[in-house]
Design a protein around this ligand. Structure first.
Ligand code: PEP
Ligand code: MN
Length: 337
C-alpha cells in the first residue's frame, strides 16, 4: 500500500504513520516528493490495515500497489529517479555516457582510453576487473590490480568508475575503488549479490539477464531497492533469441516500456546488445531516440588486440563520431549529451 500524505502534513504526522505501519507488521519506505511525501507500506497484507492508516491525521489517501515490483513502480513514485555518481548523472535531461574497454588490461590501455572518452564527452568510465567469462580458460580480468588502474584513471580524468562485481564477498573490495557497482547479466538473479550491492550503498547498474522478462528484471531491481538503496540504473543489454546475425537481440522497446513502468533510469548497451562493432553506433543513436537515459559503450585503443570482446569494441575515432551523431539525435528529442 502507499500512504499518500497531505501536502502540508507535519513531520510528527509522518512519524505517526511510519510507527503505525510498523505496528501493522509492515516495512516502511519514505519517498519524499516535490509536492508531497508518500510512505510505501510493504509486506503481507493485513485486514483493516488500510482503514487503520487512512484515519490517521495528515493522511490524504491509502492506495494499493498493484505492480509486483513495488518500490520500482511508477505507482509509488511518479518523478523519475536521477542517479548521480561523481561526474556521471543518469536520469536527467543530460544523457550519461559510460564508455571504456570490456576489460582493464594495462595501465597504458585504461589511461589512454579514459582520456580519449572524456575528451569525447563521456562522464563514466567502464572496464571490468573481475570478468564473468563464458569459458573458464578465457582472460578473467586483472582483479584488484585492475581496480587500482581504474582508480588511477579516475584520478587523472575525474570520470566516475563503473565496474562489475560478481560475488557478495567481493563487494567490499570493489566498492573501495568503484563509483558504481555493475551487476552483470549473468548475475541479474543472484539475490545475495543484489542484497549485498544494495547494502553497500553505492549506485548500482543492473544489467538485464539475457533470458529475463521485464518483470523479472524489475523484481531483481526491487531486491536492491528493498535494502534502502534507491540509486539503481537498469541496463538493457540484449536478450537471447533465435536470431544469430547479432550476438544478442537488442529490444529497444524496453526503453519506453520501462519509462512507463518504473521511475528508474534506463541505460542501453548496444555493444553487448549487437556484438558487432559495425552496428553499435547506429543502435546507440536509436537508443537515444527511444529515450535512453544513458549509454554503455565498449571502446578499445586497438580492438584487434583486446583480451575480451574486441569484435564489438569501437575504435577511438568511431567512438568520437558516434558521440557527435548521438548529440544531434539527443537535441532532436530534447536531451543533451
Ligand atoms: C560487461 O559489461 O562487461 C558484461 C560482461 O556485460 P553483460 O553482463 O551484459 O554480459
Ligand atoms: Mn564485454
Amino acid at each position: 500500500m502507499i500512504v499518500v500524505m497531505q501536502p502540508d502534513a507535519s513531520q510528527a504526522q509522518l512519524d505517526t504513520v511510519v510507527e503505525r505501519v510498523h505496528l501493522l507488521g509492515l516495512r516502511s519506505h519514505i519517498i519524499v516528493g516535490v509536492e508531497r511525501t508518500v510512505v510505501a507500506a510493504l509486506g503481507e497484507k493485513r485486514d483493516g490495515a488500510k482503514q487503520a492508516l487512512e484515519t490517521l491525521e495528515g493522511v490524504d489517501k491509502v492506495v494499493p500497489i498493484l505492480a509486483p515490483f513495488k518500490m520500482a513502480s511508477t505507482e509509488v513514485k511518479k518523478e523519475r529517479t536521477q542517479v548521480q555518481a561523481q561526474s556521471l548523472t543518469v536520469g536527467g535531461t543530460r544523457i550519461g555516457v559510460i564508455a571504456g574497454p570490456c576489460s582493464v588490461e594495462s595501465r597504458e590501455q585504461i589511461l589512454d582510453i579514459a582520456h580519449m572518452i572524456k575528451e569525447a564527452g563521456a562522464t563514466g568510465l567502464r572496464g571490468g576487473a573481475f570478468k564473468p567469462r563464458t569459458s573458464p580458460y578465457s582472460f578473467q580480468g586483472l582483479k584488484e590490480k585492475g581496480l587500482e588502474l581504474l582508480a588511477l584513471a579516475r584520478e587523472e580524468t575525474g570520470l566516475a568508475v563503473v565496474t562489475e562485481v560478481m560475488a557478495p564477498e567481493q563487494v567490499a573490495l570493489v566498492a573501495n575503488y568503484a563509483d558504481v557497482l555493475q551487476v552483470g547479466a549473468r548475475n541479474m538473479q543472484n539475490y545475495p549479490l543484489l542484497e549485498a550491492v544494495g547494502e553497500c550503498g553505492l549506485p548500482v547498474l543492473l544489467k538485464r539477464g539475457p533470458s529475463a522478462t521485464m518483470e523479472e528484471f524489475l523484481l531483481a531491481a526491487e531486491y536492491v531497492l528493498k535494502t534502502g538503496n534507491h540509486n539503481v540504473m537498469l541496463c538493457e543489454r540484449g536478450i537471447r533469441t533465435f536470431e544469430d546475425h547479432t550476438r544478442f537481440t537488442l529490444p529497444l522497446a524496453s526503453v519506453p516500456f520501462l519509462h512507463q513502468t518504473t521511475h528508474l533510469p534506463v541505460v542501453v548497451d548496444p555493444s553487448h546488445g549487437t556484438g558487432k562493432a559495425s552496428l553499435v553506433a547506429t543502435m546507440a543513436r536509436a537508443a537515444v531516440a527511444a529515450g535512453a537515459d544513458g549509454l554503455m559503450i565498449e571502446v578499445h585503443p586497438d580492438p584487434g588486440k583486446a583480451l575480451s570482446d574486441g569484435f564489438q569494441a569501437l575504435t577511438p575515432p568511431v567512438f568520437r563520431q558516434m558521440m557527435a551523431e548521438c548529440r544531434k539525435v539527443a537535441a532532436a528529442v530534447g536531451r543533451e549529451l
